[in-house]
Design a protein around this ligand. Sequence first.
Ligand SMILES: Cc1ncc(COP(=O)(O)O)c(C=O)c1O
Length: 533
Amino acid sequence: MARRPGERIFSSKMDWCSHPFVSKRADQLFKHAQLESVKAWIGDPAHGALPLHARLQRAVRQLILDGVLCAGRPLPASRALAKSLGVSRDTVESAYGQLHADGFIERRVGSGSFVSERARHLQCRGRPRRSGVDGKMALRLSRRGSALFQSGGVRDARTPRPFAPGVPETRSFPLQTWERLGRQVIKEFGTLALLHGPPQGVEPLRRAIADYVNLERGARASPERVLVLTSSQQALALCATVLLDPGERIFIEDPVYHGARKAFNAAGLVCVPVPVDADGLRVDQLVEASKTPGEPARAVFVTPSHQFPTGATLALERRLAVIEWARQHQSWIIEDDYDSEFHYAGKPTACVQGLDRHERTIYIGTFTKSLFPGLRIGYMVLPPELVAPMTVARTLLDGHSAAIPQLTLARFMEGGHFGAHVRSMRATYAVRRDVLAMLLHEHLADFVEPAVPDGGMQMPCMLIGDIPEREAVDGARRAGIELLGLKELHASSGHRAGFLMGFAAHAPHELESAVKKLATVLRGLRRPHPSAS
Ligand SMILES: Cc1ncc(COP(=O)(O)O)c(C=O)c1O
């Protein structure tokens, strides 16, 4: 912060009126409240990165924009202002010079500085409309904007707290390899890598993704059908806006991944919940619900490999039935295959997209869980006719994904590092899953009944006893533990209380201390037994 020696930001007791250089008109202009607001602006730590003259310039500009200082009104002489603020005259001159250059004030030799006539159209229609005790303008958002804001969005903590679901272990990521490949990319592409990239994603990455999903997920993909995005969340938002109109129905699983439901709600879609059982989505109920005349069924959202949050796998006959349903209704199947890399009992079932000869399935994948969330790369494998519309639509969101991470990831995959990392993390997570199951048995058997999953990074746990789910989740949060309540993922009521416990991001000893802490929290919440009083 450029401040000259001996320069104060402002004197604690500033008295404009009594200063000999402040004319009567000027002190009328800078009333006490206005002066206070200049002081507050200058002293606000949020503006601390700006040099002093810039802070002063912005403070005066704000008074002009707010209509507090109207066109034609004189400003205090720079010497007087400098003295009252306890800053150098150069600082005030510099601020006034910038205000003049920007057209906010006029400077007349011999008569001083005035708010410019040009500022008239910017303001001076009386005092700005204010509301609320803090004097802030009432915020007006669109209905969609308010709904987006009210939804709370989908946010993940920057430092994963124990049991936050779906968070991978990042501490053992092979950063050196990643860094080496990144350097190779920069060496090879040079400044070309700094330019805009193709909106569909770089070809080597699309090829690597297509090879991967064909081999590992039984998909029917080619590089031309892959659209590289920043996340599966972006894919969900694109599906919601490109495939359906506001007010149209989309079928979702009940319970459902909250990020999907929020993306669909944000697009104004009507989410129609379809129950899930041990074999995944009740496709028979989907078929039944689609019979309502005049209410077309445009799409269904499913997590068939590992239902979120129950962990169920969609049975083969249901996969075939949902494909047939989509064919008949000319509907889309939005398949979110978010964590199938981590399956601990043999291979996960092949994806629905690979079974769908009718090209009604949009396959969504992400590297958030298989590599690291900060990478921000996800993708869709699209039916050929959707490639152009989706690619054009994404240009309106963010243009394209960053080229250097895409090219680095392509090399990481081609070089076999992706496969090696996934294999190593699979072994790590399998151990952590077993450790968590054992710890729950040891310390929390009175409180929860875990459903040990065959795959994924989180364990659904049902609450036993009388502790309400919300109290358990809130109590845990206060103790630094993140649990995702199961009831809030359901559209229908009457389901058992419980929560999801992520186990991937923490080592066994960390899981142990978090489980013990959770046991203390739950013990504290237990209702006293009536006979005990
Ligand atoms: C079911 C499901 N789909 C998608 C995602 C989001 O992944 P991304 O970071 O790519 O948006 C998550 C993240 O937790 C998830 O659980």
